[in-house]
Design a binder for this molecule. Structure first.
Ligand code: UD2
Ligand code: MN
Length: 581
């Protein structure tokens, strides 16, 4: 860990540390605070009782750091139920203000118990699992926060304390990433100092989540590091599966299933069905997708770990020594974004494995929208691409105009790390870890904006129905914006017009009897209605209908669109690709 420490403390200064626990040795910069409250009654694994039955023993070993207090009568949001408050105008205003400020309905969160129970949302077999508590490695839970609201932050802390077996939890380390809100200053210190096993440290400048987490890791005493976001709620039994798996396989980095907590109702939306795994698209945006057939076959049980090409980023457990061996994090990454894909690539390419354990569930509040600026994400992603993606980084650059020009700082140290660890190349990763991801060909002259000679300011444009749905809408022509995204297409050697910035990819198709283009999912072997021949003369010939694509100025609700017409020599039937720049 010392290498990690050196890296982290060189860039990060420690402003304040306090904790309260009997078994930690003195630490140079950390004043020990007096105990403010007695030990929680009934907490801890305790000593074995004479004549204890196997069941009693298990109950004892499972005992959390703190027992959960029973709910008040009529408590809101119990068992993860959705809440909608009946409010007068003044109340509504306060609620709206809290959403404005946090992008989470904190007005509601403040009215839900910090100790609320969650519904049972894991696979029924998970409940049957028995753990060898005394031999599992212990963990430090590291939670970095920046300007988080009181109730979401504290609910995270209590949730960890009230679900984690005392015998497995070394400590919770909260890292304040230079927040500027009053409630996170003295009031937070006062509150936490009464809690067993909770430590708070503060960065003395804004470090961003990567260095903030490393700062926490640098003082962690547990054998395992478990990272959480600061607006989580842990499901019963969330910790044991993570620790057990790492105990069994030291180079496994293990994520819980991330259940959604609704930002507006605080409903806990987990389910016991098959979790999804992580991927990415060629803009380097993280995506979720179903477990591929091959991985299903590899697993012998529904509650076996699931290999995942990437992680969402916030929630995972890793052996501390292995984390250090792998090069912890890229400390050149600022604020937010990119570190999750970077770490995922690195884990796989350097010999580890990234897995999701179906028995470990943790809820996470996904905010309405980003609550703080995330403009550094681009440079972070570029660092990841430059260090890990080899020639495949070009596919990314083609789909993100700004990426190629983004200054990304010095990556020498990360490249040296890659060489030192003799990590595999990105082609290996794509072929072996993420074969489901289609790799664009990007042949020169056949990708980018697709433009007709007759209307050169207009580009092929496709707006998918929603974030999660890609198929069904019509392809139109829209003023070229040069930003890629909805105006990025690729013509492939298999005669498809692919919309392949996002995952899953879509292919232009002509429905029976129609004269316009609709986006459908692509196939391994393109069907006839998805085949187009892009000819030397610039015409695009649709094989099935034997017609040509023509730019029609008034085709779709006043928008121009490409439509199928009898082939002619018209400029409106001559097309060319242009790379955005
Ligand atoms: C997701 C991850 C998040 C992180 C991010 C990519 C999940 C559930 N969440 O976005 O952990 O990997 O993708 O970077 O997988 N924070 C700081 N300092 C900062 C910014 C953030 O300490 O400058 C803290 C923040 O308070 C939170 C954590 O880092 O505890 C992650 O930030 P987020 O919750 O805003 O990210 P999220 O969930 O949108
Ligand atoms: Mn988060």
């Amino acid at each position: 860990l010392l290498a990690l420490l050196a890296g982290a403390t060189a860039t990060v200064a420690l402003a304040l540390v306090f904790w309260r626990s009997s078994d930690w040795g003195p630490e140079a910069r950390a004043p020990r605070l007096p105990a403010l409250q007695p030990e929680p009654a009934g907490a801890g694994a305790g000593a074995p009782q004479a004549g204890e039955s196997a069941e009693e023993r298990l109950q004892r070993l499972r005992r959390p750091v703190y027992p959960r207090p029973p709910p008040e009568p009529g408590a809101l949001g119990e068992l993860g139920r959705a809440v909608s408050l009946e409010l007068d105008e003044a109340g509504k205003k306060l609620q709206e203000d809290s959403i404005q400020r946090h992008q989470i309905n904190i007005y509601l969160s403040d009215r839900i118990s910090l100790h609320r129970r969650l519904p049972e949302r894991w696979h029924p077999l998970c409940k049957e699992k028995k753990y060898d508590y005394e031999n599992l490695p212990k963990t430090s839970v590291v939670i970095a926060f920046y300007n988080e609201a009181w109730s979401t932050l504290l609910r995270t802390v209590y949730s960890v304390l009230e679900t984690s077996p005392d015998i497995l939890l070394k400590e919770i380390i909260l890292v304040d990433d230079y927040s500027d809100r009053e409630h996170l200053k003295e009031p937070l210190e006062n509150h936490l100092s009464g809690l067993h096993k909770v430590r708070l440290i503060r960065a003395n400048k804004r470090e961003g989540l990567v260095r903030a987490r490393l700062l926490g890791a640098s003082i962690a005493t547990g054998e395992i590091l478990t990272f959480l976001d600061c607006h989580c709620e842990c499901h019963e039994g969330w910790l044991e599966p993570l620790l057990e798996r790492i105990h069994e396989e030291e180079s496994a980095v293990v994520c819980p299933v991330i259940d959604v907590i609704d930002w507006n109702t605080f409903e806990y939306l987990g389910n016991s069905g098959e979790p999804q795994i992580g991927g990415f698209d060629w803009r380097l945006v993280f995506t979720w997708h179903v477990v591929p057939e091959k991985e299903q076959q590899r697993r012998s049980s529904k509650i076996d770990v699931i290999r995942s090409p990437t992680m969402a980023g916030g929630l995972f457990a890793v052996n501390k020594k292995y984390f250090e061996y792998l090069g912890s994090y890229d400390t050149g990454m600022e604020v937010w974004g990119g570190e999750n894909l970077e770490f995922s690539f690195r884990i796989w390419q350097c010999g580890g494995s990234l897995e999701i354990h179906p028995c470990s569930h943790v809820g996470h509040v996904f905010p309405k929208q980003a609550p703080y600026s995330r403009s550094k994400a681009l440079a972070n992603s570029v660092r990841a691409a430059e260090v890990w993606m080899d020639e495949y980084k070009e596919i990314y650059y083609h789909r993100n105009m700004h990426a190629r020009k983004e200054p990304y700082g010095d990556i020498t140290e990360r490249q040296q790390l890659r060489a030192k660890l003799k990590c595999k190349d990105f082609g290996w990763f794509l072929e072996n870890v993420y074969p489901e991801l289609h790799v664009p060909e990007d042949r020169p002259g056949y990708f980018g904006m697709l433009i007709s000679r007759g209307m050169e300011e207009y580009c092929f444009d496709y707006n998918p129905p929603s974030e999660n749905e890609i198929t069904g809408n019509q392809v139109i022509l829209y003023l070229c914006h040069g930003m890629g995204q909805n105006q990025f297409f690729e013509y492939t050697s298999r005669n498809e017009i692919r919309y392949n910035t996002r995952q899953p990819e879509a292919c232009a198709a002509v429905d029976v009897g129609a004269d316009h283009l609709t986006m459908h999912l692509c196939y391994k072997n393109p069907p006839e209605n998805q085949k187009f021949i892009f000819k030397e003369d610039g015409s695009i010939f649709h094989v099935q209908s034997k017609k040509c694509l023509q730019a029609e100025p008034n085709a779709s609700n006043g928008n121009p669109a490409p439509l199928l017409r009898t082939c002619t020599n018209s400029e409106y039937q001559r097309w060319f690709f242009k790379e955005s720049s």
